[in-house]
Design a protein. Sequence first.
Length: 428
Amino acid sequence: MDLIKIAVIGLGYVGLPLARLFATKYSVVGFDVNADRVSELISGVDSTLEVDNKSLQSVLVSKNTNSKGLLCTNQIDKIKDCNYYIITVPTPVNKNNSPDLSPLIKASETVGRVLKYGDIVIYESTVYPGATEEDCVPILEKVSGLKFNKDFYAGYSPERINPGDKEHTVEKILKVTSGSTPHIGKKVNKLYKSVIKAGTHLAPTIKVAEAAKVIENSQRDINIAFVNELAKIFNLMNINTSDVLKAAGTKWNFLNFKPGLVGGHCIGVDPYYLAQKAQEYGYNPEIILAGRRTNDSMGEYVANEVIKTMIQKDIKVKGSEILILGISFKENCPDFRNTKVVDVVSQLKKYNTNITIYDPWVNEEKLMREYGLKSTQHNPTNMKFDSIVLAVAHNEFKKLNFGSLRKENSIIYDVKNSLSESQKDNGL
């Protein structure tokens, strides 16, 4: 298998940057079932903003060839002559916080229909240890009729993309790799090493690589849960949490985490994958699940603190006008998957308040389809509000004239602790 031809299955926040990177050296076919997404990319535009349009356009090709470049398609026949298949679809949880492997299963079925002798299927989606070989490989075998580790092989190389981060791009993040046999592990590692400037780490098994990924985000989730709990305690004691963290941070080995809303496609989701697998083995992961409960409760907590602060300032809550600044799950990014700001909005609406959501980064139509929430990308300068909640610290909000948006008796609640003490009335 001298000629390397790569198919990347799923062209979202993870798949597209990876496909573009590989396309600078190899022939790559980017496959996505979303026809609108494919059309957008063919036109040289990435609405996720993970790949700038110039970089995308520089690698795009219009037909399937063996020379380097990226062909974007939703047609399965265009990927049948590839020999590396990299699956980068999302792995969410359902409403009960149980892992939802349906995107992974469907992607495996798609690849299974074109799988050939000698092909290697690499999974990047975050899963629990064992998912690749126990859940995905059997589907590849069943659909293709081929035998694992005899006719085809597998690898796992967890994604480490940080949406909106223009400093830690895919080629600058060290890549963990693995394979279903020692030989395949070396081949997978060599493939990634050829484009990842930061280097690679070859894990001894696929399960080790899967476990390493899921604990990265679980560790971060638990640390954020700890400081979220501290914020709740210190608010009751009328102590500034930010001041406490600054003081504690003067010690060389203090971990610098800040309180806040934990959303997105990784940190707020991945711990549930590890927790479910642990429970299948008869172990109840108390710390992991306690961290999740704490972080999942923060949206309701923020909303209740906003209402409490309004009452303390004699602001009538029912019928009040509240401005929510930011609905994406993190700053300077259009990604609103699993954003916990919606929990803040939902709780505030229970008090019969009128909510205005302003986010210059988020597509209004997509947000309406996903959450049924109306938002605007334009500063609502024609209104004045009883309460302003800075939920996401977009750069645009740093330039806001808050005075022009406030009623005479109003509050500013700073979730992100990005304003000075003189600018806000309360916050985490």
